[in-house]
Design a protein around this ligand. Structure first.
Ligand SMILES: *[C@@H]1O[C@H](CO)[C@@H](O)[C@H](O)[C@H]1NC(C)=O
Ligand SMILES: *[C@@H]1O[C@H](CO)[C@@H](O)[C@H](O)[C@H]1NC(C)=O
Length: 274
């Protein structure tokens, strides 16, 4: 009884934090943190571009920190020969037992597919990589990459299609990100020691500067308005489960949960709990 009233009290105080869904303006929501002028906010705050050349990449981060939320960003990735480059969009907390939710886009030679690399860290423990090809050319246009993070699960979406789910399995002993504030970060940098074909293809600096673009950031965080905080209890319905299976069957190219060689002592708990 006592515990119950304590946790509903906590829930109410989270819901009572009145921060309504907002369509972002990059000047309001973010700061460019590195890159010495290579990151730019344009069009009155509607567009942000990051660039990379031989001397540096660039990056930005959110001004706010969040505990749970729905985060949308539209990205248009480095076109042409982007081999060796990595564009990131992720949530991360601070400290040595940090939480982190990653989208990383690994570039490729012209015409060869990007890899969308994802990971989830809880209390400093990651090693939960899943990688995907995309069903479109992510450099031809903007596409929406969404993270829903609520107390029950994390769901990653591409253009509204779920590609990955990470459930809260604390009751099975798996740490879950639910008590550290996270910030949003994004960067464009050179990772040609591993990014493209495992590091075999290097960045072609004659193509520099490389540029990735961002627009339409939207965040919904804890809100008192029940019609706009559906993300707080969102889970995958049967249609979404089917979509997720479709992506995993046709576009997933690596899943740590099936990598038995990597985990000779047994797969991580979240992979074996139904
Ligand atoms: C790049 O293209 C090659 C050849 O199609 C493919 O094997 C690889 O997965 C692609 N992506 C990356 C990031 O290496
Ligand atoms: C709640 O959110 C919905 C959708 O965002 C909006 O149409 C409605 O006016 C809001 N209601 C209140 C009471 O703020």
């Amino acid at each position: 009884m006592k515990n119950n009233s304590l946790s509903s009290c906590l829930l109410i105080s989270i819901l009572a934090t009145l921060l309504v869904a907002s369509a972002g303006n990059f000047y309001q929501d973010f700061v460019i943190t590195w890159g010495d002028g290579r990151g730019k906010i344009l069009n009155n705050g509607e567009l942000l571009t990051l660039s990379l050349d031989k001397s540096s990449g660039s990056g930005f981060q959110s001004i706010n920190q969040y505990l749970f939320g729905k985060f949308d960003m539209q990205l248009k990735l480095v076109p042409g020969n982007s081999a060796g480059t990595v564009t990131t969009y992720y949530l991360k907390s601070e400290g040595s037992s940090w939480d982190e939710i990653d989208f990383e886009f690994l570039g490729n030679l012209s015409g060869d597919p990007y890899i969308l690399h994802t990971n989830v860290f809880s209390q400093g423990k990651g090693n939960r990589e899943q990688q995907f090809y995309l069903w479109f050319d992510p450099t031809a246009d903007f596409h929406t990459y969404t993270c829903i993070w609520n107390p029950q699960q994390i769901i990653l979406y591409v253009d509204g299609t779920p590609i990955r789910e990470f459930k809260n399995l604390e009751s099975d002993g798996v740490a879950y990100p639910n008590n550290q504030l996270m910030r949003l970060y994004s960067s464009l940098w050179n990772a040609d020691d591993w990014a493209t074909r495992g590091g075999l293809v290097k960045t072609d600096w004659s193509q520099a500067p490389f540029t990735a673009s961002f627009r339409n950031f939207g965040s919904s965080t804890s809100s008192a308005n029940s019609s706009s905080n559906s993300w707080f209890t969102q889970e995958l319905d049967s249609t979404s489960q089917e979509r997720l299976k479709w992506v995993q069957k046709n576009y997933m190219i690596y899943n740590y949960c099936t990598d038995t060689k990597r985990f000779p002592q047994g797969l991580p708990t979240e992979c074996t709990v139904a």
